[in-house]
Write a protein that binds this ligand. Structure first.
Ligand SMILES: Cc1cc2nc3c(=O)[nH]c(=O)nc-3n(C[C@H](O)[C@H](O)[C@H](O)COP(=O)(O)OP(=O)(O)OC[C@H]3O[C@@H](n4cnc5c(N)ncnc54)[C@H](O)[C@@H]3O)c2cc1C
Length: 367
C-alpha cells in the first residue's frame, strides 16, 4: 500500500502532535507516524509546568520562544479542550522559586532586581503566609507572573485528537528508511511494510531524533536526559507550584502530589530506580516535611531530548530540501511545544514565522 500525504511527522510526542495540529488547521493532509503510541514517552510523563525560565536576558532567543509559546498555550486553552473533547487541566497559578541557602537567595534577589515587573519577592515571613507547611530550610522565594500548568499526557492527546478531527491520520509504526528522488525524500519506509509518499517530512522524534542524523547531513546533537517523578497520595493539597534547584512539587488534576525530579545521563534507560525514589523524596520532604507520611502511588521515568546547548533545534536538512527537524526542547518541551509545532509548520509551508527562527537552526553547531 502506498499513500500520499502533504506532511509526514515522525513522532507522536507533544512536538509532533502540535505540528500536526497547526498544519491540519491549514488544510494540509497530515500523517503522524509513531513507533509506540501517542504520548507514550516524555510527553506523557512530564510534570507539566508551563513556566518560562527565570532570569534570562529578555532579548535572548530562548526567552522570546518561551514567551511566544506561553501565549500560544493561552490561546490553545480557549479552543483545544472544546474542540478535542479533552480537558487537559490548563491553569494559571502562582509558581514560587525557593531559595534554600544564602547563595541561592542572592541569585534570586539579583534576578528580582533586574526584572521586578515580572516577579514578586517573598521573605520567609511572607512565604509562611503563602504556605505555613514550608520546612525550616526555606529562606525566601520569587513568585513569577508567568506561570501555568497542564496535564502533559492529556494535552498531547488533545493536540493529536484535534489534528485527527481535522483530517490527520495517526499510524502506529516505526519509520525505518527513506527513499529519495534527487534532492528530496520521496517516500518513507515503515516497519509495518508500507511506504508513504510525502511532500514534506518533520522529524519530531524527541531523543531518538539523532537516529536521523544521516538524513540531516550532520550528527544531530540531541541526547536523552532521564528524569523521574513521584506521584504521592496525601490528605493535604499543594495548590501552588514550588520549584527549588532542578526540583518541583504541586498537586495535579488527579489529586496526587507530583514531586520531581532527577537529571541522569543513562542512555535510553526509561526505568524508575531507587536512586530516583530516594533523592526526590529526600529533597521534597525538606521543603514540605508533611510529605514524609504520604503514600507512593506511582514512580515514572522518561527521557528529555536535550540539545548540546540546551536550546531547541528548529531547522531544515542540509541534504534533503523537504526534511525538517523540531526537537531538543530538553526540560521545557511542554512549555515550548506550541511554538515548536507552529514554527516548524510555518517553515514547511513557507509562511512567515511570527518570531525569528534562525537562532534555532542546527547551523549554530557547525561554528
Ligand atoms: C521527568 C520529566 C519532567 C518534565 N517536566 C516538564 C515540565 O514540567 N515542563 C516542560 O515544559 N517540559 C517538561 N519536560 C520535558 C518534556 O517532557 C519534553 O521536552 C517533551 O515531552 C519532548 O517532546 P517530544 O515530542 O519532542 O518528544 P517525545 O515525547 O519523546 O516524543 C517523541 C516520539 O517520537 C517517537 N519516535 C522516535 N523514533 C521514531 C521512529 N523512527 N518512528 C516513529 N516514531 C518514532 C517516540 O516513540 C516518541 O513517542 C519533562 C521531562 C521529563 C523527563
Amino acid at each position: 500500500m502506498n499513500e500520499n500525504f502533504d506532511l509526514a511527522i515522525i513522532g507522536g510526542g507533544i512536538v509532533g502532535s502540535a505540528a500536526a495540529y497547526y498544519s491540519s488547521l491549514k488544510g494540509l493532509k497530515v500523517v503522524i507516524i509513531e513507533k509506540d503510541s501517542v504520548a507514550s514517552h516524555a510527553s506523557g510523563f512530564a510534570y507539566g509546568g508551563i513556566t518560562p525560565m527565570v532570569g534570562l536576558d529578555k532579548n535572548s532567543p530562548y526567552e522570546k520562544i518561551s514567551k511566544y509559546s506561553y501565549e500560544l498555550h493561552k490561546n490553545l486553552s480557549t479552543e483545544l479542550p472544546d474542540f478535542s473533547g479533552i480537558d487537559y487541566g490548563y491553569k494559571i497559578y502562582p509558581n514560587i522559586e525557593l531559595a534554600l541557602d544564602e547563595n541561592e537567595e542572592s541569585k534570586l534577589r539579583s534576578i528580582y532586581k533586574d526584572n521586578s515587573n515580572n516577579f514578586s519577592w517573598c521573605d520567609r515571613n511572607e512565604l509562611q503566609k503563602i504556605d505555613h507547611r514550608l520546612g525550616p530550610k526555606v529562606l525566601s522565594g520569587l513568585i513569577s507572573n508567568y506561570s501555568s500548568g497542564v496535564e502533559p499526557y492529556k494535552i498531547t492527546l488533545a493536540l493529536a485528537t484535534a489534528a485527527e478531527k481535522l483530517g490527520a491520520r495517526i499510524i502506529n509504526s516505526e519509520v525505518l528508511e527513506c527513499i529519495s528522488k534527487g534532492s528530496k525524500i520521496d517516500q518513507l519506509r515503515l516497519s509495518n511494510g508500507n511506504n508513504l509518499s510525502c511532500e514534506n517530512i518533520i522529524i519530531a522524534a524527541g531523543p531518538w531524533s539523532m537516529n536521523f542524523s544521516k538524513w540531516f547531513g550532520v550528527k544531530i546533537p540531541i541526547t536523552p536526559l532521564k528524569g523521574q517523578i513521584l506521584r504521592l497520595r496525601s490528605d493535604e493539597v499543594i495548590d501552588k507550584g514550588f520549584h527549588w534547584g532542578p526540583n518541583y512539587v504541586t498537586t495535579k488534576q488527579d489529586g496526587l502530589i507530583w514531586a520531581g525530579t532527577t537529571e541522569e545521563e543513562e542512555g535510553f534507560d526509561e526505568n524508575p530506580s531507587n536512586y530516583g525514589l530516594n533523592s526526590i523524596l529526600e529533597s521534597v520532604v525538606e521543603i514540605f516535611p508533611f510529605l514524609e507520611d504520604s503514600e507512593l502511588v506511582l514512580q515514572t521515568a522518561c527521557l528529555r531530548p536535550l540539545s548540546a546547548d540546551k536550546s531547541p533545534i528548529i531547522s531544515k536538512s542540509d541534504v534533503y530540501e523537504n526534511l525538517f527537524l523540531a526537537s531538543g526542547t530538553g526540560r521545557q518541551g511542554i512549555l515550548l511545544a506550541p511554538a515548536m509545532g507552529k514554527l516548524i509548520s510555518d517553515i514547511t509551508t513557507n509562511n512567515k514565522t511570527e518570531i525569528e527562527v534562525s537562532d534555532f537552526s542546527h547551523q549554530r553547531f557547525k561554528n
